[in-house]
Design a protein around this ligand. Structure first.
Ligand SMILES: Cc1cc2nc3c(=O)[nH]c(=O)nc-3n(C[C@H](O)[C@H](O)[C@H](O)COP(=O)(O)OP(=O)(O)OC[C@H]3O[C@@H](n4cnc5c(N)ncnc54)[C@H](O)[C@@H]3O)c2cc1C
Length: 496
């Protein structure tokens, strides 16, 4: 069992934000960082798994925002690692909408429904933006609300996928509108490993650095002016000058981590205001493929009277030819519903939907994988979704530090929340803010040392020593600063 030790910074969580935060600290000379990760791996919501003979992504799958004027930093990381990706073109999905009897809706009807749904979505966004509604549920009362299966299906695609964010979408504006699916046996998570490799010791493709501590579930953060004490579920205690907390918004909303003293009201209110989106990709493996392939066929839609009922489908033939894998995406209520039932039940439902689309003779799936992001107590959902708001105060408050606890994670990214690049950039932002805080504290500490030394020098009669010399000698000595940076002393101790 670890004994209490004091480090400069403890980072809670080894997802993309935690790792990018740690790397920036290391690059700036703060290397006595401890990373406490609840699960047995790094990556968080970037997670590959072997399924049906290929590597699939249970969490983030796409690098969104490519091809624009500015380069997406995650795309750059992917290029440096030669990560294998496939361009995704969703635009044809609306021409592959199946009804319950397996007929594809004529393109005219699909286009009309699509236009209607877009108009309705824009109207909703406008009215929300003008604060016409405080209660989002009332929006369904709009006269143009979707009613038929095709309208419901398109509404689902627009709201739970394409237009879940307020237009203009910062990711597209800044980095471009193209999206690439990661299809690499090393997984999306390889990018995190490459980042970690630059500051943690590795051997044979594994991180072997004692500063990364896996299976450490943080349960309590005790914080004061002098530092932070972190307690984990297995009874270990860690101390640091600062903490960077990268747990997801869903975890912050849960009672997994308690704060002593409790977080202030402005903070907890902001955390509560943020919606958690649940997004579930269900993978199905078949003995052969029976769905249309070829250009424009990768994505298809099932129109059902229940909104979001096995609506959005993708085949994996472009990513992994011959893999015979289909993916169906559920969100929110439907995600929670399938998480609560057995995979056998889910398989039965999915097969019924597929038989409606492709006929009774299709083969049964031989395997199914249902990720459970909602019930994972280290995630409690898939990503943050801020209410459609015209001011950014809740995000600012979620991001703002409380004493020595700094917050990071995709949910703290003003422009890119919900994305991998949001998490990556948030980690960098948070570490920059922390470095600035440390710099300020060191400045104050050296000023107060000068202040303390002046009368002392006068008393000892060292009148020949000028103030400048005293200060420069202090800087030369640097012991307090080094001890402070190395985490051996807290600031007040370092000064004394
Ligand atoms: C199904 C799904 C699909 C997605 N699709 C995309 C996509 O296509 N493209 C895209 O850009 N983004 C996508 N995302 C979002 C993207 O994955 C996230 O925005 C990003 O990975 C979040 O990184 P993070 O570091 O903020 O959080 P996380 O990855 O959640 O990292 C936080 C870490 O903290 C750990 N932790 C939590 N509580 C504790 C505790 N008490 N003690 C210690 N450790 C703790 C967790 O185990 C985790 O490892 C998707 C997410 C999901 C779930």
């Amino acid at each position: 069992m670890d004994s209490p030790s004091r480090s400069s910074v403890i980072i809670i969580g080894a997802g993309v934000s935690g790792i990018s935060a740690a790397r920036l600290l290391a690059e700036n000379g703060i290397e006595d960082v401890v990373i406490l990760e609840a699960s047995d791996r790094i990556g968080g919501r970037i997670r590959k798994e072997s399924f049906g003979g290929v590597s699939i992504e249970l969490g983030a799958g796409w690098i969104a925002g490519v091809g624009g004027k500015e380069s997406n930093p995650v795309w750059e990381l992917a290029s440096q690692s030669s990560l294998r990706t496939c361009f995704s073109d969703y635009s044809n999905a609306r021409f592959n909408i199946y009804d319950k009897s397996g007929k594809i809706f004529p393109s005219g009807i699909a286009a009309d429904s699509y236009k209607k749904a877009v108009d309705s979505a824009i109207q909703k966004l406008k009215r929300l933006d003008q604060n016409c509604f405080n209660d989002v549920t009332k929006l369904t009362e709009l006269p143009c609300s979707p009613k038929t299966p095709i309208e419901l299906a398109i509404d689902f695609i627009l709201h739970d996928f394409e237009m879940a964010e307020v237009e203009p979408i910062s990711t597209y504006v800044d980095f471009g509108e193209r999206e690439f699916l990661v299809a690499d046996e090393r997984g999306y998570e390889f990018l995190l490993y490459k980042m970690a490799e630059s500051f943690l010791f590795t051997s044979e493709g594994k991180i072997v650095d004692s500063r990364l501590k896996l299976n450490k579930v943080v349960r309590e953060l005790q914080h004061s002016r002098n530092g932070v004490t972190v307690k984990t579920e297995d009874g270990c205690v860690y101390e640091a000058n600062y903490v960077i907390l990268s747990a997801s918004i869903g975890v912050l909303q849960s009672d997994l981590i308690s704060f002593k003293p409790p977080l202030p009201r402005w903070k907890t209110d902001a955390i509560e205001q943020c919606d958690v989106m649940v997004y579930t990709k269900i993978f199905l493996k078949f003995p052969c493929n029976f769905w249309p392939c070829g250009p424009g066929k990768e994505f298809f839609i099932y129109a059902h009277e229940r909104r979001g009922y096995y609506t959005f489908w993708q085949h994996m033939e472009n990513a992994y030819p011959g893999s015979n894998i289909l993916v169906v995406t559920l969100t929110n209520g439907e995600s929670k519903r399938v998480e609560a039932q057995s995979d056998k039940e889910t398989l039965k439902e999915a097969m019924e939907v597929l038989r409606n689309m492709f006929g009774p003779n299709i083969p049964n799936a031989t395997d199914i994988l249902v990720p459970r992001w909602w019930n994972n107590r280290f995630q409690r959902g898939s990503y943050s979704n801020y209410p459609i708001i015209s001011n950014y105060q809740p995000i600012q408050n979620i991001k703002a530090p409380v004493g020595r606890i700094f917050f990071t994670g995709e949910h703290t990214s003003e422009r890119f929340n919900g994305y991998v690049h949001g998490g990556y950039l948030a980690g960098i932002d948070t570490s920059k803010a922390l470095l600035e805080e440390i710099r300020k504290e060191l400045e104050i500490s050296s000023e107060s040392q000068t202040f303390l030394l002046e009368p002392l020098l006068a008393l000892t009669g060292s009148l020949t020593l000028t103030q400048t010399e005293a200060v420069s000698n202090l800087h030369k000595c640097e012991i307090p600063t080094q001890l402070y940076l190395s985490g051996k002393l807290s600031i007040p101790e370092a000064i004394l």
